[in-house]
Every structure is written in C-alpha cells, then in structure tokens.
Design a protein. Structure first.
Length: 132
C-alpha cells in the first residue's frame, strides 16, 4: 500500500463535514430570509396602517422604518457571513491535512445584533409611552 492512497475514514469524515456545512449554510439562509421577511413585513404593515393618515408622530414611523431596515440589513449580513464561512470551510476540507481550528460563532454575532436591536426597540417604545 503506497503513502498516496486515501484514508477512507478520513475521507468519509470529510464528506460528513461537507454535508454538515451544507446543512448549516441552508439553516443560515433560512434564518436570513426570515429576518429579511420580518423587516419587509414590519415596514409594509406600518405603511398600510398609516396610508392616508396624517399624524404628528412622523418620528415613530421613521423609527419603525429604520428598525425594519436594520433587521433587513442583519439578514443580509447573515447571508454574506454564512456564505463566507461556508467557502472557508470547503477550502479547509479540500486540504490534505484537515485540522479543527476554532472560529468565530456567527450565531453569537447575529444574536448580539438582534439583542441590541430588541433593546433599542424596547427603549424607543418605552420612551414614547412615557412622553405620551
């Protein structure tokens, strides 16, 4: 047996990792599409509620639209980062010697962004409730 023959256990492990990377990418795409859909849905709901209505609180409408854009931006950012992470993982799997290296967690990054957005939305609503 020559040294160039493939180690079948290693190759099968790489194949499992490739399939896991595919599933992870698809899960992130699903999450991103949901975030983008929520952002568009929120913006369209506000548009429909205030169509033809003159209001003194254009600031609140602007803030809802701003938060909608931030949610859409988070979804778009997530798709780009998941695609970038997927490409890096595929390149690592193609190397003859595959070693695990710790990486950043996209889930923690996206969760952090969503927590910041949620706190901002909460504080904005709370401030408007106190003022009114």
């Amino acid at each position: 047996m020559s040294d160039n023959s493939p180690n079948f256990q290693t190759e099968l492990a790489k194949q499992r990792n490739r399939i896991a990377a595919d599933r992870t990418l698809l899960a992130w795409i699903r999450t991103s599409v949901a975030l983008i859909g929520i952002g568009f849905g929120l913006e369209q709901t506000v548009n429909q509620l205030y169509v033809g209505v003159e209001t003194d609180s254009n600031d609140s409408i602007f803030l809802v639209k701003l938060f909608s854009l931030l949610i859409i931006g988070t979804g778009t950012f997530t798709i780009f980062m998941a695609s970038f992470d997927y490409q890096n993982e595929i390149k690592r799997l193609q190397q003859p010697d595959y070693y695990y290296t710790p990486r950043y967690s996209l889930g923690i990054i996206v969760s952090g962004i969503l927590v910041i957005l949620s706190i901002s939305i909460f504080l904005t609503i709370w401030r408007q409730a106190i003022v009114n």
